[in-house]
Design a protein around this ligand. Structure first.
Ligand SMILES: [Zn+2]
Length: 133
């Protein structure tokens, strides 16, 4: 397995309440020239967690940090007008916390980060440091 020192959280940058799947993101990312979906895990609106790219493979989600990280994406992140917003449902919040805890057991050296710590982006549209450190 790769050395993992970061769990990086993302949003799908889709509008609040709209359901999208791993297959949708896989299609969007292939259209951008990636081999397949760039995230390792995707959290749907109902809190279910779905597998994207295999964890053993380097992701495509955070420039400069892909080699040693796991990418997690929740569906949402924009309000109805398309502006950044923390749109996480209660089920998504619970699922992200549970998934991060599970990953930290398997990758004890990993810390949880938001994409916006590494790029001039709003993603994942909530304060990861406040919730996870
Ligand atoms: Zn992101």
């Amino acid at each position: 397995m790769r050395k993992i020192d970061k769990i990086i959280l993302h949003c799908s940058a889709t509008k609040e309440g709209q359901h999208f799947t791993v297959e949708d993101i896989d299609r969007w990312h292939r259209a951008r020239g990636f081999a397949r979906i760039g995230y390792h895990h995707v959290v749907y609106l109902d809190g279910s967690v779905h597998k994207g790219r295999d964890e053993s493979l380097i992701g495509a989600h955070c420039l400069g940090h892909n080699a040693t990280s796991i990418g997690v994406c929740y569906i949402g992140g924009l309000d109805a007008a398309g502006n950044p917003k923390d749109t996480r449902t209660e089920a998504q919040k619970k699922a992200i916390t549970g998934l991060a805890e599970n990953l930290k057991v398997r990758y004890p050296n990993a810390k949880v980060h938001g994409h916006n710590e590494f790029a001039a982006k709003a993603c994942p549209c909530f304060d990861v440091k406040k919730e996870f450190r």
